[in-house]
Design a protein. Structure first.
Length: 226
């Protein structure tokens, strides 16, 4: 599991560079690439930095989401709204290449099935975070969704409002070409250590699913990782 540690003030720029490098490598090899985005403060800063990097042909990138809350696209809690402001409005990304999760639809199961039909077989680059409880995407500890092996997107209930969400499942994370996990702050130190160094216990620490990805940490988040 590659781990890179840098000062908090430089983490967003490092993440942007690693995301861009992975996308460029895939575009060079395959002609196009897919990118799945996470929500959260640390990813937002990374997307803002990514928007400032030159040399990436956004017309060759299709963008997806790892999870989304059941709120309208313009809601402050929407991962789509965050990505729209941080990234989409600032790069030459064709609207047809942006694939929003419609978690706010009345029939969430139908919305989940529609989204999994949109997902490519393998996401090229998947950006993930880790919560203080060890969750990633909207896969929370002890969730039944962690046992799902057939469905690639499912409705779930999160512990914080708004509780209703859609999330990708373990097979999507496992099949990604590269997972880039971002974590900052002392509150992430213990779950990061569990995810990287503890027993491979997905039910207790769902972020274990990305253990073999690239982990980008600030010193506080890396405090318990030798």
């Amino acid at each position: 599991m590659p781990i890179e540690v840098c000062e908090s003030s430089k983490l967003a720029n490092l993440a942007a560079e690693r995301i861009a490098e992975a996308l460029l490598k895939t575009i060079l090899a395959e002609g196009a690439a897919s990118l799945a985005l996470a929500g959260g403060t640390t990813p937002r800063a990374a997307y803002e930095a990514l928007a400032n990097l030159p040399g990436l042909d956004w017309a060759r990138v299709n963008v997806y989401f790892g999870d989304e809350r059941a709120v309208p696209a313009t809601h402050p809690d929407s991962n789509f709204q965050m990505a729209q402001l941080a990234l989409f409005e600032r790069v030459a990304l064709p609207p047809a290449n942006i694939h929003r999760m419609h978690a706010d639809e009345a029939d969430q199961d139908a919305a989940a099935r529609a989204y999994e039909a949109l997902l490519p077989q393998h996401i090229s680059v998947m950006v993930l975070g880790i919560g203080e409880d060890g969750h990633t995407a909207s896969l929370f500890p002890e969730s039944a969704a962690l046992n799902e092996r057939r469905r690639r997107v499912v409705p779930v209930l999160g512990p914080k409002p708004p509780p209703q969400r859609l999330t990708v499942t373990a097979p999507v994370i496992e099949a990604a070409g590269l997972c880039i996990v971002l974590a900052a702050g002392a509150g992430k130190a213990e779950p990061v250590a569990r995810a990287l160094r503890g027993p491979f216990d997905v039910l207790r620490t769902p972020a274990c699913l990305a253990r073999n990805g690239l982990w980008l940490l600030d010193p506080a988040a890396a405090a318990h990782v030798s």
